[in-house]
Design a protein. Structure first.
Length: 241
């Protein structure tokens, strides 16, 4: 059964891994915001606000903006407070969407980012905060994002990454092991989830590699910038005109 065990097993199919991830997020949803605030000392909020500020020049009131993997809605809310647009949130985990609904009036869809129920060439901007690394197939995910973006549309992926500095990398490794894992276990009661989260970061391509992957899948104008010594990276890209 995909939802049991401490992490997606190597012999899981993509559908089983995806079901495991969805179930894990459903279990942590009630404590997700609280744990984010505790484990990041509120810095996670600054990352989302900073992202919203960087994206602001690309967002017009008539822009159709999808916040994919919206979770409990924090990036969506940061975007909405930065600038008006026609926002839409999507996540494949229903309990997360319920929490978003309490914060945002944007229409929400329960959907997998790998199979979006949206027309080709229909969005001006897609944002993904701390969700992309959970995709079971990154290249297929990028293909799907490219499909629904309008020509000239933009993609912004805010995600944990491997800090380029080895001291910071070592610090983060220790933080995850000695702080995040026990604290996550204690507050959420879901030990496997807070084991999975750092593991998913260490498996995720580092920032230069993700940028390369985005170019290979057909995105143009690919760039990234690190926030806070490279704990997270914001990748930006554009679908060619
Ligand atoms: C770590 S939370 C991030 C939520 C929010 N964007 C934020 O900034 O806090 C990741 C979210 O991605 C969602 N997610 C993961 N894989 C997904 C997929 N393939 N399709 C849709 N949602 C997905 C999870 O359900 C979860 O709500």
């Amino acid at each position: 059964m995909a939802s049991s065990g401490t992490k997606p097993k190597p012999d899981f199919t993509e559908a089983e891994s995806s079901a495991w991830v969805r179930d894990m997020f459903a279990r942590v949803a009630p404590r997700y915001d609280l744990l984010n605030r505790i484990l990041s000392f509120q810095v996670d909020r600054l990352w989302r606000w900073r992202t919203a500020r960087i994206l602001k020049p690309w967002i017009q009131p008539e822009s159709r903006v999808l916040d994919l993997c919206c979770g409990t809605g924090d990036l969506l809310v940061a975007l909405e407070s930065a600038t008006p647009a026609r926002y839409l949130g999507a996540d494949f985990c229903f309990p997360m969407l319920v929490l978003t609904q309490a914060k945002s009036g944007a229409p929400l869809i329960e959907a997998d980012g790998l199979h979006l129920p949206l027309r080709d060439n229909s969005l001006d901007l897609i944002t993904i905060g701390f969700g992309f690394r959970n995709f079971v197939n990154y290249r297929a995910g990028l293909d799907e994002l490219l499909r629904v973006l309008k020509p000239g549309g933009r993609l912004a992926i805010l995600e944990f990454t491997q800090p380029p500095n080895s001291f910071v990398r070592g610090f983060m490794k220790g933080w995850n092991r000695w702080v995040m894992d026990p604290m996550g276990r204690l507050v959420s009661g879901q030990g496997d989830a807070y084991q999975y989260l750092p593991e998913s970061v260490s498996r995720f391509p580092d920032a230069p590699l993700l940028a390369k992957m985005m170019r290979e899948q057909g995105f143009g104008e690919v760039s990234f910038r690190y926030f806070d010594a490279g704990i997270v990276a914001l990748h930006l890209a554009q679908k060619s005109l």
